[in-house]
Design a protein around this ligand. Sequence first.
Ligand SMILES: NC(=O)c1ccc[n+]([C@@H]2O[C@H](COP(=O)([O-])OP(=O)(O)OC[C@H]3O[C@@H](n4cnc5c(N)ncnc54)[C@H](O)[C@@H]3O)[C@@H](O)[C@H]2O)c1
Length: 296
Amino acid sequence: MNPRWLARGQSNPSMPDSLFDLTGRVALVTGAAQGLGRAMALALAEAGAHALLVDRNETGARETAAAIKQLGRRAVAAKCDVADPAQIRDLFRQLDAAFGRIDFLGNVAGDGVLGAPEAISLEAVERCWRNLVFGRFCMCQEAGHRMLAAGRGSIVNIGSLASLTALGRGHIAYSMAMGAVAQMTRELSTEWAGRGVRVNAILPAQVMNPALEQRMSADPTLREKFLSGIPARRLGQPEDIKGLAVFLASDASNWITGALIPMDGGNLAANAGATVGHRGQGTGDGEAEGRVTEGS
Ligand SMILES: NC(=O)c1ccc[n+]([C@@H]2O[C@H](COP(=O)([O-])OP(=O)(O)OC[C@H]3O[C@@H](n4cnc5c(N)ncnc54)[C@H](O)[C@@H]3O)[C@@H](O)[C@H]2O)c1
């Protein structure tokens, strides 16, 4: 970069406005009814993309589709449980019929399961893997076929801090699955980069969602414990994903693939990881398995 034009407050001539432009592109986003998936889909549409909004909550997906249509883009809502490969294959047939192309896949949907390592059932571990690992992989395969044939495409997998570090507090199944999401991202980016398809991951720390709110109201100490691991001293909001989503979907990130990008207010840099000593769900013998969709 030439510091002279920056000093004069001019725009960078090597960075045209179109760098982040997604006009005419087609994005498929899962988990689009609420939270990170909805925020991602809206950001892509604001940058010009048409969208297929996927969720097992069809009403929510329709609401997101309606908001995107208000922006003047094409938007189609589809009901799909990403834990079921047959439903995913059917989803891609809908995509082919409705849009005939895919430029971006946002793999966001998928619940975790909480339970102590010594007590969690293998069925619960398998359920978690079906949601977070097989679901994301099957989506990557289906999108990958189409993107490789077109010679271009961008995929973003949502991982977690648990993709890179242990969390404790009963996150064994979630953490094993999110570790697999990191390796899936690295392997796919390595295999597909030379054929025009980029695969990256976003690793969020705690981003507000209904499950997290419920757990924080059940345990009033939890918010402060989470904040103690976040140098930015605030929890994430779904909207925090908007800039990264547009960047990774657009030509602005053309040479970026296989990256695992923390979205965590500095948590991983400070190596905060687990909230050691916190007696939450799953840390005691035989505690009930619960649902989790947060990252640390
Ligand atoms: N919120 C966090 O703190 C956080 C941190 C790290 C990673 N993540 C991951 O990000 C993703 C989204 O989190 P969020 O905070 O937006 O959650 P959220 O609960 O607010 O939204 C998740 C959405 O995905 C849908 N969904 C869940 N499982 C599905 C399935 N099997 N098939 C289809 N739709 C399904 C839900 O209906 C919901 O609309 C999850 O995979 C979560 O594990 C979240």
